[in-house]
Design a protein around this ligand. Structure first.
Ligand code: GLN
Ligand code: ZN
Length: 761
């Protein structure tokens, strides 16, 4: 019985690649040094897998920045603005495409399916001249071979590559990207030929778009592409790997009928229905790569349960055709538990990061051949049992309260327009009220104070004093700027999820559990391992301190349940919505405590609500239903005259506008300036919005300072489609990544623009 790993994290156990990349970009170290760090990481990963006993070890899953960009380089699909000479693509062109350079902006980046990984979107048009321009796949294959590891080289499949591309600037939106298949396949053929010549016996094409809702002409492209590649592939075993969701029935049929393909890989963690498809018919003589070990989470596999699944599959495809694998690339999980010496040992026994998952895959494969590692299995069974019965996981009161929410509806008793009236009586705001989203610049000094407090180098007293001073500075500044609804600036927060997770029970934090987000950027999601509850108020102290410094309304500032959920590693022993309801109840307590403490405006951020949207449309309604319900639960208990704000960013929202309305917040502030026309177009097309709304008036991601005229223009555009009495004026998002020298003039101009328009109304 064989074992396989779909792909492996690139950053290294201590983010070695990140530091090498950043130092290279800063001009502090050489290209040779970066290449050496990268090569050492690749070699150590290959050796590690080989030593464990993995049979199909992937190569070319490493990337200096992104594997889609690697494919763009392989195909020579460099957009003309980079003035590429046409030679083999080196760091210069590669990193210019990824990050831009002094004269040319970067290519666009977008989310890789529903993960938090972002890829560089290919820009294709009829003018691109494809040519084989990066030999990376072949070089990596040879590099592994040189140390005695015969790998399975991995390429992004040709159809997925095109389906994830966008038409280049100036090319019509309707440009048929799939028509480029004929031009890219010859390059794939060259790569395949070189891999063969170098001795490769297998090749893996990642075609995860097969799990999406595809139209029949898109499915036909797969049939066509692999038929075209068939003769070049002859003599090789060919794996087409899918992941991230159940594969639809028609796509399963297309996939399993592909010419020249001898093996199919499926995500059996997210793809529970896929199992039935396999059982109802799998082509004889083909390999099944069964992804039973979760590549997107940090939980140890339930080996006994996986073994049962694998045995049933063995009955269908035959002993020698079943390969144990991961559900997707391990890129989406943390790297190695060995670097978590401080993590609680019981919790640790429930976890498996990438390095541990490699052992799990191997142990399952060996067990199927009758060489079961009894000690490994019984330790795993004991950990599973301890997780099920641990009092740290279960809190019956919380379970009960959350279960009671299911199937019910929670809405504030009064409708939004009556609430806005009641709030206005109390708040007495001018028309076009101004506000900001929450955070103010996070200075080096501020970070130092937080770090030293955490390390117990400064006393609580000193810490509170420094933070209060910071808040007071931010409050004064906002009063000077004449902003109407103030924020405290969030100086006590490192991260909008971590801050809450650290104070809620049921959360654990790692020291090195980093996951690549894009390029050298990594995130360290908290782990939700148990029922979530709130032992004590989390923000009341700071919010009331801030409110005491001003007569203007001070917004209480919370992160919403859906965002906390979507930015964490979530437990897999109960449905996501149940965990979300639990978090919602904890936030509800906080909302009510803030209200009791005299806070009259409370913002509950749901920046990541749209991110959790399932890949397949058929599942959207269910998700949106419980996600929006969770949000409403947080504030269903407040008085009419307490104003609830929410904030969203990072995406276009037009497709979920009805769900946003259904959140029933009193005011929403929403990122808008990078997609100006788009958001407003929904309202132009007649969607009625009765609550307060503040589409961002300037982009906070850029250091550029917007002029008064420019902002006034933006507001005018908004006034053309939205009622004057519901419009708020605010930036796109929090200001924490900006400098005061940018924030001050930008906000000055924002308030000036607003006053100008007020005087004209
Ligand atoms: N309140 C948070 C801030 O201002 C919101 C951040 C976000 O939406 N990403 O930083
Ligand atoms: Zn935001």
């Amino acid at each position: 019985m064989a074992s396989h790993i779909v792909g492996y994290p690139r950053m290294g156990p201590k983010r070695e690649l990140k530091f090498a990349l950043e130092s290279f970009w800063d001009g502090k170290s050489s290209a040779e040094y970066l290449e050496k760090v990268a090569a050492d990481l690749r070699v150590s990963i290959w050796k590690q897998m080989a030593e464990v006993g993995i049979k199909y070890i992937p190569s070319n899953t490493f990337a200096y920045y992104d594997h889609m960009l690697d494919t763009t380089a392989m195909l020579g699909a460099v957009p003309p603005r980079y003035n590429w000479s046409g030679d083999e693509i080196g760091f210069d062109i590669y990193f210019s495409m990824a990050r831009g350079n002094a004269s040319v902006p970067a290519m666009e980046m977008t989310k890789w399916f529903d993960t938090n990984y972002h890829f560089i979107v290919p820009e294709l048009g009829p003018d691109v001249k494809f040519s084989y321009s990066s030999h990376k796949a072949v070089n990596e294959y040879k590099e592994a071979k040189a140390i005695g590891v015969d790998t399975i080289p991995v390429l992004v499949g040709p159809v997925t590559y095109l389906l994830l591309s966008k038409p280049a600037k100036g090319v019509e939106k309707t440009f048929p990207l799939l028509s480029l298949l004929d031009q890219i396949l010859p390059i794939y053929k060259e790569v395949i030929a070189e891999l063969k010549a170098a001795g490769a016996l297998w090749i893996q094409f990642d075609e995860p778009t097969l799990v999406m809702d595809l139209e029949s002409h898109q499915l036909e492209a797969f049939t066509k592409a692999y038929a075209e590649l068939e003769s070049s592939l002859s003599g090789l075993d060919v794996l087409v790997e899918t992941y991230f969701a159940d594969i639809p029935r028609d796509a399963f049929k297309t996939l399993t009928s592909l010419k020249g393909v001898t093996a199919f890989g499926f995500d059996l963690v997210r793809g529970t229905k896929t199992l039935n498809l396999i059982k109802s018919g799998f082509p004889s003589g083909k390999y099944l790569f069964a992804g039973v070990v979760d590549g997107r989470n940090i939980w140890a596999n339930d080996l006994d349960t996986s073994l049962i699944t694998l045995k049933s599959l063995e009955g269908i495809v035959g002993k020698d055709k079943l390969v144990v694998s991961t559900s997707c690339s391990l890129l989406h999980t943390a790297v190695d538990l060995i670097n978590e010496p401080k993590l609680d040992t019981e919790i640790k026994s429930w976890l498996a990061f990438a390095a541990q998952k490699v052992f799990e895959v191997n142990a399952l494969a060996k067990a199927l051949t009758g060489q079961k590692d009894e000690a490994f299995f019984s330790a795993n069974a004991a950990a599973q049992a301890s997780r099920k019965s641990s009092p740290r996981v279960t809190n019956e009161a919380v379970q009960k309260a959350a279960a009671a929410l299911k199937g019910s509806d929670h809405r504030r008793a009064t409708n939004v327009s009556a609430r806005l009236d009641a709030q206005q009586k109390k708040l007495n705001l001018p028309i076009l009220p101004t506000t900001t989203i929450g955070s103010f610049p996070q200075t080096i000094e501020l970070r130092r104070v937080r770090r030293e407090y955490k390390a117990k180098k400064i006393s609580e007293e000193e810490y509170v004093k420094s933070i209060k001073e910071e808040i007071s500075k931010v409050v004064k500044l906002q009063e000077e700027l004449d902003i109407d609804v103030l924020v405290h600036g969030e100086p006590e927060r490192n991260d909008m999820v971590e801050y809450f997770g650290e104070q809620l029970s049921g959360f654990a934090f790692t020291a090195n559990g980093w996951v690549q987000s894009y390029g050298s950027r990594c995130v360290k999601p908290p782990i939700i391992y148990g029922d979530v509850s709130r032992p004590k108020p989390m923000t009341v102290f700071w919010s009331t301190a801030a409110q005491s410094m001003t007569k203007r309304p001070m917004k209480g500032m919370l992160t919403g349940p859906v965002t906390i959920l979507n930015w964490s590693f979530v437990r897999n022993d109960q449905p996501r919505f149940e965990t979300c309801y639990q978090i919602a109840l904890a936030i509800k307590d906080e909302v009510e405590d803030l209200e009791k403490a005299g806070i009259t405006v409370i913002q509950i951020d749901e920046a990541a609500l749209r991110e959790g949207l399932p890949l397949r449309k058929a599942e959207h309604a269910f998700y949106l239903d419980w996600a929006v319900h969770s949000f409403r639960i947080t504030n269903v208990g407040v008085q009419d005259n307490t104003q609830i704000h929410t904030h969203m960013c990072y995406s276009n929202f037009n497709d979920i506008i009805l769900s946003i309305i259904d959140m029933d917040a009193d005011v929403i502030t929403i990122e808008n300036s990078r997609s100006d026309e788009k958001l407003l177009s929904v309202f132009r097309e007649g969607v009625k919005y009765g609550a307060g709304i503040g589409p961002g008036v300037y982009d906070i991601h850029s250091p550029r300072i917007p002029s008064t005229e420019e902002i006034a223009d933006r507001i005018k555009k908004m006034l053309a489609v939205l009622e004057t009495n519901i419009l708020w004026v605010n930036p796109d998002c929090g200001l924490k990544t900006r400098k005061y020298t940018e924030v001050k003039p930008a906000l000055e101009n924002m308030v000036a623009a607003c006053k100008l328009l007020r005087s004209q109304l």
